[in-house]
Design a protein. Structure first.
Length: 199
């Protein structure tokens, strides 16, 4: 059994990776969340891209615990805002994790803009204690709505209408539907082959 640290305290992210591994019939992997791992200081996310932040979080987790570590950095990229909020998605309104504030600010900024193409982007990294790093990126294309819809999700889910779920926001999808389509799901499926190769 290979133990793999998932550098997140979000049980949804651990569950999502677990579902991907089961879907791909990858066995012999025990996922460990940050809540069940020895404590270590949170790394400063000072990268300038999703990839840089994912890699630095994965490397920090592997170095601190001696376990292979999976980390992700993700956010919403809005074409009319030159890709922002991007890596600043979680703290767009000034307070980290203020979903309501972030959504309200984004709607205000986009109020008079008709070009509403957007994509959720996720970069997932796997780092080993030996220093190997593998990276995978997933994108979920869609449009920004003009008001929030749905309550099954977090972050910008209520404002995002995916191309592959016409007529619904990502907060109106079931967890299974979302995992099958989402940016993070795509990146994790790509990364899973490297997890399967761990010994």
């Amino acid at each position: 059994m290979v133990r793999v640290l998932v550098a997140s305290r979000n049980p949804g992210k651990v569950r999502e990776l677990d579902q991907v591994l089961r879907e791909l019939a990858i066995e012999g992997v025990e996922l460990v969340s940050l809540d069940n791992a020895p404590a270590y200081p949170d790394p400063v996310e000072d990268g300038l891209s999703f990839e840089e932040n994912a890699v630095l979080k994965a490397r920090a987790g592997a170095a601190a615990t001696g376990l292979p570590c999976v980390a992700d950095d993700s956010g919403l990229s809005v074409e009319a805002l030159n890709g922002m909020p991007g890596i600043l998605s979680a703290r767009w309104s000034g307070n980290h994790g203020d979903d309501a504030g972030n959504n309200a600010l984004l709607l205000k900024q986009m109020e008079d803009i008709n070009q509403r193409r957007a994509a959720f982007v996720s970069c997932c990294a796997l780092a080993t204690p030996e220093g190997d790093v593998h990276v995978a990126e997933g994108r979920w294309e869609g449009e920004l709505l003009r008001e929030p819809r749905g309550d099954n999700g977090f972050g910008y889910d209520p404002l995002f209408a995916p191309d592959d779920a016409p007529g619904r926001s990502s907060a109106e999808l079931t967890s299974e539907e979302k995992n099958a389509r989402s940016h993070r799901g795509k990146a994790l499926r790509e990364l899973a082959k490297h997890i399967a190769a761990l010994e």
